[in-house]
Design a protein around this ligand. Structure first.
Ligand SMILES: [Zn+2]
Length: 312
């Protein structure tokens, strides 16, 4: 296994190639826009070019509902063991202005304001024509991949799920059921490698039946940890073994390493893309020729008060 720290990994940039079949995907971390006015130009100083396929994790409902989830208790919130977040619905304009092509919702905040919050967020994304994955009105909708087409005509299916190991933590985040809204959850169960492989392969095969490439976006790991937990590495490798083309993880709020495993990129955590505070972060530009992964380029960024800036 080759794991390099993000700061030194493939930091060289390359000239734009106009070769036939070349296209680029930009992958980034968690977007948290609580306490940020929708008038703030989140992507005013940095955004990917419109021609690239831009993915980030929307770690917050865009809603003005007042009915919050009952699964995170007042005591847990007071102890700061749990957080309930929401952002102004007007932030949908910032997502459009940022050239976002697809967002994941399979995270620990999508259901903070229950089904009303989820419905409002999904309604805004639908109106803005930004595909999403990882949450929905029931399990069938929550597991549905979001399919995006590159400018060269390659179809990419994105799958998003919450993958915490602790069942009670998963429960607090409202997994979807056959009849109830919620998020997709999927995590390793300490079964044999073969059983786990087959479970993940079913997810990959389903997504691959709708697209040329499959990108898995697990929301996982331990907050503030600069290294992936062993289960993140096992799960990412199993996903690639099962035929996934990339794994783009989020949740720890800090950057974790990236690696190329069997010729496919894995990003264990891309940290925060933006939040109301400040810090340094990064995104990656991933280059493909047709369906073949070519290279990845580190994009150094920083964020401050809900805005994203290039970092030099
Ligand atoms: Zn999270």
């Amino acid at each position: 296994m080759i794991i390099c720290t993000l700061g030194i990994f493939l930091s060289k940039s390359y000239q734009d190639s106009h070769s036939e079949g070349v296209w680029k995907m930009v992958v980034a971390g968690d977007m948290m826009l609580n306490n940020v006015s929708p008038a703030v130009p989140v992507f005013g100083k940095w955004k990917p070019v419109k021609e690239s396929v831009f993915y980030a994790n929307l770690e917050i409902p865009l809603t003005d509902t007042e009915k919050r989830t009952a699964r995170k208790s007042a005591e847990e919130i007071a102890r700061r063991d749990q957080f309930i977040l929401k952002a102004h619905p007007g932030h949908i304009r910032n997502l459009v202005n940022g050239n976002l092509d697809v967002v994941s919702l399979g995270n620990n905040h999508a259901m903070d304001w229950g089904s009303e919050g989820l419905n409002q967020t999904i309604g805004l994304l639908n109106e803005a024509k930004i595909p999403y994955c990882g949450a929905g009105a029931n399990w069938k909708e929550a597991v549905e991949p979001a399919v995006v087409t590159s400018p060269t005509g390659i179809k990419i299916a994105f799958v998003s799920h919450l993958s915490f190991l602790n069942p009670s933590s998963l429960h607090k985040c409202t997994p979807a059921t056959s009849k109830e809204p919620g998020i997709m959850v999927l995590t390793l169960r300490n079964k044999s490698g073969q059983e786990e492989f087959e479970r993940l392969k079913r997810v990959v095969d389903r997504a691959k039946s709708k697209a040329d490439l499959v990108v898995i976006c697990p929301h996982w790991g331990i907050e503030k940890q600069p290294k992936p937990a062993p289960y993140q590495v096992s799960m990412a490798h199993l996903y690639i073994d099962a035929g996934a083309d990339a794994v783009v993880g989020n949740h720890p709020h800090v950057l974790q390493p990236a690696e190329i495993y069997k010729g496919k990129p894995i990003f264990y955590s891309l940290g925060n893309l933006v939040n109301p505070g400040g810090g340094i972060t990064a995104a990656y530009e991933v280059k493909y020729r047709e369906k073949e992964f070519q290279s990845m380029t580190f994009i150094p960024l920083r964020y401050s008060s809900g805005r994203i800036f290039p970092r030099r």
